[in-house]
Design a binder for this molecule. Structure first.
Ligand code: EPU
Length: 418
């Protein structure tokens, strides 16, 4: 099992380029199942979750051809409209094939995802939505089976009980080939949802309001091939901005979308960090003075993203004062706190809040990754810790960060994989 060995204390200086967004690439790949034509996707990040999704598409019967960051998918023949347990258990986003398979083939069978390190994460809202579109959904032997009526799925009004990102995406993909109009109310407004809407429109779908809380879709009988470049990964870019800030560096994060990072940039500025836009797709982060502690609450977009909470918490261990961090999206997303405490951080967890008192000098230690973003927070902390930190189970970070150690080394970090 790979580990990272990080020698802290080097400020990040120079440039780091952002990759394509994992969480936009995953639904885009699932959307390729909606047509028998070839869909060409650019800027697909080379991370483990993407390999899992392409394995899933192949097991369903699609031809997938990857050339660097460009992936071509042709789902002409589908042998088995099914997402097996072996793939779903390693990546919950496999359930994104439910909507497109039910829409195109009238049938989908997907293993029920279990709980994961950050919470129970049920998919009841995906299921309720599909039922609204006329599917019969049954659960047996650990699988969900959705069967459309003989005349196909039919448009409907779906009001989500709570905001769900992949639930919104799954339902969009089901609705684009349903008969009639679907209105998705209380839809997720994340940029990744908007990116999926843009791709679906290029494929011939009629979608309005992607990126807003009401999405209107007029079903069409078939979709066609398209070419699309995935948006930049705002969580990866945000992780680098936080890493630049914590190390007191001067770092230009390029190929990002500053608009998607407004909530983080505002928080960083409140902490006394300088963040400036340089050109259309680059943000420079600089810090010379002390960091001020600020409170933060995770929210759905455009609020502060839960996927940056762990990294921001690491930053607050170095800030002067008390910071209260409230996690509202997932019920168990503070696994990194106990590892940060082993490095010397002063953190108290009270239910959904983490109370961080800083600044505390961190010292290198052996620590364990528990999930993707938790491991990113340990990397961020290790970059300022005194001495050497060894991070175990970095396969978690490989799920969602493309070549993170190579990118950090380029900016002066002392990090190696062993
Ligand atoms: N929820 C339900 N029922 C559902 C769906 C969701 O109760 O049917 C609850 C969840 O348990 C959670 C909340 O609703 O408490 C929000 O979950 P959401 O469905 O929005 O999460 P997701 O779609 O499963 C995506 C990202 C996550 C990110 C969340 C929140 C992808 C592939 N995953 O997950 O990304 O944290 O949205 O923004 O897009 C990551 O990249 O590290 C990651 C975990």
């Amino acid at each position: 099992m790979d580990k990272f060995v990080i020698e802290g204390g080097a400020p990040l200086v120079g440039e780091i380029e952002t990759s394509g967004a994992k969480n936009a690439a995953l639904p885009a790949l699932a959307a390729c199942l909606l047509t028998e034509d070839t869909v060409t996707l650019h800027r697909i990040p080379r991370v483990k979750d993407i390999t899992t999704m392409t394995s899933l598409l192949r097991s369903i019967g699609a031809a997938v051809d990857a050339d660097g960051g460009t992936v071509r998918v042709e789902a002409r023949h589908v042998e088995k409209p099914e997402a097996p347990y072996e793939l779903v258990k390693t990546m919950r986003a496999s359930s994104l094939v439910l909507g497109p398979l039910a829409a195109r083939f009238g049938r989908a069978r997907v293993s029920i995802p279990g709980g994961c390190a950050i919470g129970a994460r049920p998919i009841n809202l995906h299921i309720n939505g599909l039922e609204q579109l006329g599917a019969q959904v049954t659960q047996t032997h650990g699988y969900i089976e959705a069967v459309a009526p003989p005349e196909g799925l039919r448009g409907s009004v779906v009001t989500f009980d709570r905001i769900t990102v992949t639930g919104t995406e799954d339902l969009m993909m089901a609705a684009v080939r349903a008969k009639g109009e679907t209105i998705l109310e209380n839809a997720a407004r994340e940029p990744e949802v908007q990116d999926l809407a843009d791709l679906l429109i290029k494929m011939g779908a009629k979608v309005e309001g992607g990126g807003t809380s009401t999405i209107r879709i007029e079903g069409v009988p078939s979709l066609h091939g398209a070419e699309h470049a995935i948006i930049p990964d705002r969580i990866e870019a945000g992780t680098f901005l936080i890493a630049g800030a914590i190390t007191g560096g001067n770092l230009l994060v390029t190929a990002c979308e500053p608009e998607h990072l407004n909530a983080l940039v505002a928080k960083l500025r409140q902490c006394g960090v300088t963040v400036e836009q340089e050109g259309p797709g680059a943000l420079r982060v600089r810090r010379t003075g002390t960091l001020r502690a600020v409170d933060m609450i995770t929210e759905e977009h455009p609020g502060f993203p839960t996927d940056l909470q762990a990294q921001f918490l690491a930053l607050m261990t170095q800030a002067d004062g008390i910071s209260i961090i409230t996690e509202t999206i997932f019920e168990n997303r503070f696994m990194h706190a106990s590892e940060l405490m082993r490095m010397g951080a002063n953190i108290r967890i009270e239910g959904r809040q983490a109370i961080v008192a800083g600044p505390r000098e961190l010292s290198g230690a052996q620590v364990m990754s528990s999930d993707l973003r938790a491991s990113a927070s340990l990397v961020v902390a290790a970059l300022v810790a005194r001495g050497e930190t060894v991070i175990d189970r970095v396969y978690h970070i490989d799920r969602g960060y493309e070549a993170i150690e190579a990118k950090l080394v380029k900016a002066g970090a002392r990090i190696r994989r062993v």
